[in-house]
Design a protein around this ligand. Structure first.
Ligand SMILES: NC(=O)c1ccc[n+]([C@@H]2O[C@H](COP(=O)([O-])OP(=O)(O)OC[C@H]3O[C@@H](n4cnc5c(N)ncnc54)[C@H](O)[C@@H]3O)[C@@H](O)[C@H]2O)c1
Length: 452
């Protein structure tokens, strides 16, 4: 498969979207009246996938496309969930599949099929009739072509983050999911962290009052990984060559979207974005790579620190940050604030109006009342497996549970599209001097409906 050209795609989509936005505003149509952008095609949309339940089944049969670092970790976590069968593994690199095959063989009698050797090999996996859910954990450029192909072959899809990196690709996921009636679930594990699930319960019990603003980030020093020459070091640095914006928005944004009931009563309406200059990655490279290394000739477009502000239709705001190239301790911010109080993570602390002294408190005193039931039940095994503090297992367990019981997934294709959209939207805003850019309404007007 030929590699996509995301930059051109993004520019074309950006132009269309900005022109539409400019004409709406010049006609005096306010952002809230505009209600976001319609799908830029004339085709009538199929029925919504919001709230659509999985067909219940006893056992969930899985196929994995991409068994590098993340795919292997997901494989371990899914294999630890009961009533799961791994049917097939696919990776361009055959050895990664055989390693995964050996790991599965320990707990499963039926042999696992391998599809390998080319970037088209996933088609063989997708064409099988005995897979319910395809897990896509490849580099970002293959997320959308593989996910859409798998949905067209009748598979539900769980795709790694970010699901898409252009608006056209976000729409492609939405259109395909609706037409094929297959779910496209974004595998946003951070929504299943202990603190995130605890705070989500507290938010929905009214502890923070009416929500006002949130904070979300991916601040993770990846400099050494980006030059490592293995795993993500083979492809992730490329994204910094010609994109300037928030390249990885979903880890911070997903949990805040859950707190704010995005697509279940509110939606992201527009955003502005600003990047600092790009210098840390080149500085690191020049001080760590030997003279003559070809990577010393690279120029990075992506600013080190990116900060965006998102306004929601209900009038809330979210500060969204991205920085993977300058020295900093790991931080997703994970902030939520309302009329009654505020929570901030890293480290976790809370302040509730009228409760205790006028300072931050630890969250421990809330754990007994608001502990997420799934963590009470599964926390021990999740902690033993260890993926990101146990959130990875909880994520896999929830998805399998939802497919077995026949409920709607926690995260659907509209969430996947809207949480990924700050990638291209930040690029658009920055290219226009930090101008406001509207979020498409991927739900086609259904964002205001509460869900069971
Ligand atoms: N949710 C999380 O916490 C988390 C953590 C790490 C990575 N990720 C995401 O997971 C994805 C994979 O990241 P990674 O760290 O595993 O990278 P990686 O480079 O270690 O693994 C990617 C794998 O995909 C394979 N691949 C690429 N194109 C393919 C194709 N067409 N067909 C079959 N296989 C293909 C590669 O050979 C490689 O083995 C990325 O989207 C990344 O953002 C998420």
């Amino acid at each position: 498969m030929k590699k996509q050209q995301p930059k051109q795609d993004a520019i074309e989509t950006s132009r269309r979207d900005l022109l539409r936005f400019a004409s709406l505003t010049s006609l005096g149509v306010g952002l809230s009246q505009a209600g976001g952008q319609a799908r830029p095609t004339a085709e009538p949309p199929a029925a919504t996938m919001a709230g659509v339940k999985f067909e219940p089944k006893d056992k969930v049969r899985l196929g994995f496309v991409g068994v590098g670092g993340r795919g292997s970790s997901l494989l371990t976590n899914f294999c630890a969930v009961e009533n799961v069968e791994v049917v097939a593994l696919c990776d361009i690199v055959r050895e990664k599949c055989t390693r995964g095959q050996a790991a599965v063989a320990k707990g499963q009698t039926r042999p696992v099929e391998i599809y390998a050797g080319s970037d088209h090999a996933f088609e063989g996996l997708a064409n099988r009739g005995d897979i319910d859910l395809a897990i896509v954990a490849t580099s970002w450029d293959f997320h959308v072509p593989i996910s859409t192909f798998c949905m067209k072959q009748g598979k539900h899809v769980g795709v790694e983050v970010p699901a898409a990196r252009t608006l056209a690709d976000c729409w492609d996921l939405v259109d395909t999911s609706e037409k094929t009636r297959r779910h496209c679930v974004q595998l946003e594990n951070c929504c299943y962290g202990y603190n995130e699930m605890l705070i989500n319960r507290m938010v929905h019990a009214g502890v923070f009052g009416e929500l006002l603003h949130g904070g979300a980030a991916y601040l993770h020093d990846l400099r050494s990984l980006l030059f490592s020459g293995q795993g993500e070091g083979l492809w992730r640095r490329w994204e910094h060559l010609d994109r300037n914006g928030n390249l990885y928005p979903t880890h911070g944004l997903g949990p805040v979207a859950f707190y704010m009931d995005i697509h279940r009563g509110d939606r992201f309406e527009y955003m502005v974005s600003m990047s600092s200059m790009s210098t840390s990655l080149a500085f690191y490279r020049d001080t760590h790579l030997p003279a003559g290394d070809p990577r010393r000739g690279e120029t990075y477009a992506c600013g080190d620190q990116n900060t965006s502000l998102i306004k929601t239709s209900r009038g809330r705001m979210i500060r969204l940050e991205h920085n993977v190239t300058s020295p900093s301790p790991y931080d997703r911010i994970n902030l939520i604030a309302g009329t009654k109080g505020i929570f901030k993570d890293y480290p976790p602390r809370i302040y509730i109006d009228g409760r205790g002294n006028e300072d931050w408190s630890p969250i421990d005193s809330y754990k007994q009342e608001f502990e997420p039931p799934i963590w009470a039940k599964m926390g021990e095994i999740a902690a033993k497996l260890g993926g990101h503090g146990g959130m990875d297992f909880i994520e896999c367990y929830r998805l399998v549970q939802s497919m077995r019981e026949g409920t709607a997934p926690d995260i659907d294709v509209y969430d996947a599209a809207a949480w990924s959209a700050p990638g291209p939207l930040s690029e658009m805003s920055i290219s226009k001097g930090s101008a406001p850019v509207p979020f498409p309404d991927f739900t086609r007007g259904r964002w205001n409906q509460a869900r069971a």
